[in-house]
Design a protein around this ligand. Structure first.
Ligand code: HEC
Length: 131
């Protein structure tokens, strides 16, 4: 009796582990992922990105009107679903041409060694979803 209940505990632990693993994987694919956003990321967003993408991330910053290719509107849910975080990190550091987009999306080579700042920028971009 004792033995079978220990067995049952072990089985339910294993099952619980599998369920939480699945939950982590599912959550990782959705935008529910929690991003840590350092102050430096917020500063860079308002000093650099917002000039083209706008403070609200709608792609309507002061420089946008003059650009032949319009900056991405981050609030677009279909776009949000179509890109993964790796692509966003890549375009931020290496610029548009690195993912086959316009060079008007400028590179930020100084962020290459600052993955936490880049991750924060990804979090800010994701945060505009549906706004
Ligand atoms: C000089 C204007 C300009 C600045 C500054 C700028 N961007 Fe962009 N960005 C663009 C343009 C234009 C596009 C659209 C490129 C295209 O569709 O070919 C774009 C596209 C993007 C995309 C969409 C990529 C995709 O796969 O669709 C992301 C994400 C992005 N920018 C993030 C940023 C971030 C973060 C910053 C600040 C670190 C930034 N951009 C600064 C002009 C700019």
């Amino acid at each position: 009796m004792k033995r079978s209940s220990r067995m049952a505990t072990r089985v339910s632990l294993a099952f619980g582990g599998a369920v939480s693993l699945v939950l982590v994987v599912v959550a990782g694919c959705k935008s529910q992922h929690e991003y840590v956003i350092p102050t430096a990321s917020r500063q860079i967003f308002s000093q650099r990105c917002s000039v083209c993408h706008g403070m609200e991330g709608k792609g309507d910053g002061p420089a946008a009107a003059a650009l032949a290719v319009k900056p991405r509107n981050y609030s677009d849910e279909r776009w949000q679903d179509s890109v993964d975080d790796l692509r966003i990190r890549t375009i931020i550091v290496n610029g548009g041409p690195s993912v086959g987009l316009s060079p008007l999306m400028v590179a930020n080579p100084d962020l290459k060694d600052k993955p936490d700042v880049v991750e924060g920028l990804v979090g800010l971009v994701r945060g505009f979803r549906g706004q």
